[in-house]
Structures are given as structure tokens and as C-alpha cells.
Design a protein around this ligand. Structure first.
Ligand SMILES: Nc1nc2c(ncn2[C@@H]2O[C@H](COP(=O)(O)OP(=O)(O)OP(=O)(O)O)[C@@H](O)[C@H]2O)c(=O)[nH]1
Ligand SMILES: [Mg+2]
Length: 175
């Protein structure tokens, strides 16, 4: 049976772009094939890794969270736009995941390409961790990976692609 992973995050933070990059780098397939250029479309990605099948679900629409998360997911990847930081929907989405029984989270600090100063990235990551702590998830246990989904999508063989590999391997190996 496939292991399931949900990708959550505020609209425009880069969930669908991240899934497109993952699909490319891990030579996965779309369970619902759509034009890769059309990043507004909702699609899910399936890939094989280490003899296991994994399915990633893109929950771009708020109502999807409650309906489609059933707690069997091995983890939720929270995509943060590092220029914006966590927002009210971030908290709401984390709460829904917890209510549904998801216990593992990974933070993807996206849009690193737009931020020159690592200090600002650290501040943004810290603000995101605070939300987890306030929701009762000990944030020291939540891995965070910095990267750029957009850069990784356009240049998968670059360091940007490597950060996506790191993110996915963390997700697949830890949970
Ligand atoms: N500069 C930059 N832009 C990015 C990055 N990732 C995504 N974007 C852009 O951000 C915009 C939103 O990306 P999407 O992947 O559609 O975001 P989403 O989270 O799926 O949004 P919804 O489906 O509306 O919830 C697009 O214009 C992307 O090209 C990144 O790493 N860097
Ligand atoms: Mg989307």
C-alpha cells in the first residue's frame, strides 16, 4: 500500500510548484495528469523510493483539508513562503492535521531565492516553529529544509534541486 503525504500551506506559498519539482526530480508520475506548466491546477504526485510507493497530495483548497485528510498520512509538509512567514491559515491547517491524527510535520521554507539574508530566513523559520509550539507540537522535533521550488523546477540539477532531494529524503526516511 502507498504511503501518503499531504502538502499544506497558504495559497500562493508554492505547494503545487513544489510538487511539480518533486515529480521531476524523483521521476514520479501524476496520478491525475495535467499540464506541468499550469501550476494553478491541482495535482497529486506518486513516486517509488526504496521499494515503497509514496503519494503526495496537494491541498490547495481549504475545504479539502477537512474532507481528504484521514490521519493515515505519514506526515504533512508545510510550505512557507519565506517572504511572508506563517499566517492565520497556517495555524488553521496545522490544527486540522492534528485533529485528523497527523503527528509528523516537516517545514519547507520556500522562496529562499528571494531572500539574500540568512538571518531573515532564520527569523521566519523561528516564527513558523512558534506556531507548532503553540499548537502543542514540540518544534525542535520538526525538521525544516530551506529551498526554492521554482528554481528547482526550472533547474533540477542545481543546488536548488538538491534541496528538494534533501526535503523528500527527510520525509521518506524519517516517517
Ligand atoms: N521566486 C519564487 N517563486 C515561487 C517559488 N515557488 C513558487 N513560486 C511562485 O509562487 C506562485 C504560487 O505558486 P503555487 O505553486 O501556485 O502556489 P500554491 O501554494 O500551489 O498556491 P494555491 O494553489 O493557490 O494554494 C507562482 O507564481 C510560483 O511560480 C520559489 O521558490 N521562488
Ligand atoms: Mg496550488
Amino acid at each position: 500500500m502507498s504511503k501518503k503525504i499531504v502538502v499544506i500551506g497558504e495559497t500562493g506559498y508554492g505547494k503545487t510548484t513544489l510538487l511539480a519539482a518533486i515529480k521531476n526530480i524523483f521521476k514520479g508520475e501524476f496520478t491525475d495528469p495535467k499540464d506541468i506548466e499550469n501550476i494553478d491546477s491541482r495535482y497529486d504526485v506518486k513516486l517509488s523510493y526504496g521499494g515503497e510507493e509514496y503519494e503526495f497530495f496537494d491541498f490547495s483548497k481549504a475545504e479539502d483539508y477537512a474532507e481528504n485528510i484521514d490521519g493515515t498520512e505519514i506526515c504533512a509538509v508545510l510550505v512557507i513562503d519565506s517572504c511572508e512567514g506563517p499566517c492565520s491559515s497556517t495555524r488553521e491547517q496545522i490544527e486540522i492535521c492534528i485533529e485528523k491524527g497527523i503527528v509528523n510535520f516537516v517545514i519547507f521554507m520556500n522562496k529562499w531565492d528571494l531572500i539574500d539574508d540568512d538571518y531573515l530566513m532564520k527569523v521566519c523559520e523561528g516564527e513558523t516553529r512558534e506556531v507548532f509550539d503553540e499548537e502543542g507540537i514540540f518544534s525542535d522535533d520538526v525538521p525544516a529544509v530551506w529551498g526554492s521550488a521554482k528554481k528547482a523546477l526550472s533547474d533540477p540539477n542545481s543546488n536548488w534541486g538538491y534541496f528538494i532531494t534533501k526535503l523528500v529524503e527527510k520525509v521518506l526516511s524519517e516517517f
